[in-house]
Design a protein around this ligand. Structure first.
Ligand SMILES: CC(C)(COP(=O)(O)OP(=O)(O)OC[C@H]1O[C@@H](n2cnc3c(N)ncnc32)[C@H](O)[C@@H]1OP(=O)(O)O)[C@@H](O)C(=O)NCCC(=O)NCCS
Length: 337
């Protein structure tokens, strides 16, 4: 029935916007996400959909989670606390809202994800209406900003967020190397760069660098940045798999030019996040930081995923030459609410 409606048609009266109820909606959201993001979901995304479907079978647990979400909105259960759109019982739209915690600079905020409308209901204002409701809800829960990530080639979604006033901050690229090619480990100290571990006690500088200069979009790897990302301890790959490297220009020894986060994601996988000062031009030094860490004995045999801002051709070709392939390019978008 719905497929016969045209853009001019009114949506049926029993269509409507409803706050997410996990018990009722989780399965429908998982199915909608699967249809709408077909081809864009990576293995993690597919695993998240599977988890939502599995969780949807446990009604008593869902009842408890629903109650918990009412008390503590955004506790992080699969569907968040956004809105769905139902038509005659069929779930045809979703916009999930998750609490982002308190960003050290921006204050409390929310993340929006899984914005999706069934193909036969598109271009009739469903997503726009869900987004307005979701932003209102975030505001009512005390949020001061909302952030999201969208693939740069997803033009319909980009126009939607542009039209709602979201600002584009960084353009991020995500890469993966299943097996690193043999490569050369540069000297950590030259007259052009100093590469060293971030020292305990430098967390304020690191926080200022990342939050105010290198990543104003407030997210990394689709998660919000928080104070705990900068805590001094535990640091040191050997004991915890969590490491922080910095790049310094010998001509400006008190300033970070780039910061590289390294985290062991599983026993064989490492996740890295590179933050570069947008004004820093020395791509050779940035490549040196990456190579120095990638070709360290503890990382060179691992599967590595890397997120970086869109960077110079020199850095991209260094990554390709090391065995990385580009997974996706994203806009990091944020709106003050
Ligand atoms: C993106 C998506 C959610 C939009 O849903 P929708 O209900 O069709 O969007 P709306 O009708 O509310 O459109 C609002 C505005 O967004 C923009 N827009 C939406 N789809 C567009 C398209 N295909 N091409 C160009 N602009 C588009 C337009 O500016 C539109 O306003 P207009 O119709 O007055 O011109 C839907 O296409 C979808 O589910 N896509 C697949 C999943 C996805 O990519 N989600 C976004 C992840 S970040």
């Amino acid at each position: 029935m719905a497929a016969t409606l045209t853009k001019q048609d009114e949506l049926p009266a029993r269509s409507g916007l409803k706050p997410v109820s996990i018990g009722r909606d989780l399965r429908g959201i998982a199915e909608l996400v699967e249809v709408c993001f077909a081809g864009r979901l990576d293995s993690q995304g597919r695993a998240a959909v599977r988890e939502m479907k599995t969780l949807a079978q446990f009604f008593p647990l869902l009842w408890i989670l629903s109650a918990l979400e009412t008390l503590l909105p955004g506790v992080g259960v699969g569907a968040g606390v956004g809105y769905v759109w139902r038509d005659e019982g069929r779930l045809i739209g979703n916009a999930s809202l998750y609490r982002a915690g308190a960003h050290p600079v921006l204050g409390p905020g929310w993340l929006i994800a899984n914005v999706a409308v069934a193909p036969d209901y598109r271009r009739r204002g469903v997503a726009r209406t869900m987004m307005h409701a979701t932003l209102d809800r975030a505001r009512r829960f005390g949020g001061q900003w909302a952030a999201l990530q969208v693939e740069t080639n997803n033009l319909g979604a980009v126009y939607l967020y542009d039209s709602l006033g979201f600002q584009r901050y960084e353009q991020l690229t995500q890469w993966e190397a299943v097996s690193l090619r043999t490569g050369h480990r540069p000297q950590p100290v030259t007259n052009q760069w100093i590469i060293r571990r971030r020292e305990p006690g430098e967390f304020k500088e690191a926080m200022d660098f990342v939050l105010n200069r290198a990543r104003r979009g407030a997210m990394a790897w689709t998660l919000p940045l928080s104070r705990s990302d900068f805590s001094d301890f535990p640091l040191g790959a050997r004991s915890t798999g969590r490491d922080r490297w910095v790049l310094i220009d010998p001509a400006a020894p008190n300033r970070f030019q780039a910061v590289l986060w390294v985290e062991a994601a599983t026993w064989s996988r490492t996740k890295m996040t590179l933050f570069v000062d947008p004004e820093y031009q020395n791509t050779e030094a940035v490549c040196a930081l990456l190579s120095y860490v990638l070709y360290s004995p503890s990382i060179r045999s691992r599967v590595v995923r890397l997120e970086v801002e869109t960077i110079s051709e020199a850095v991209s070709s260094m990554l390709r030459g090391s065995g990385f392939r580009l997974l996706r390019t994203l806009y990091q978008m944020r709106l003050a609410i």
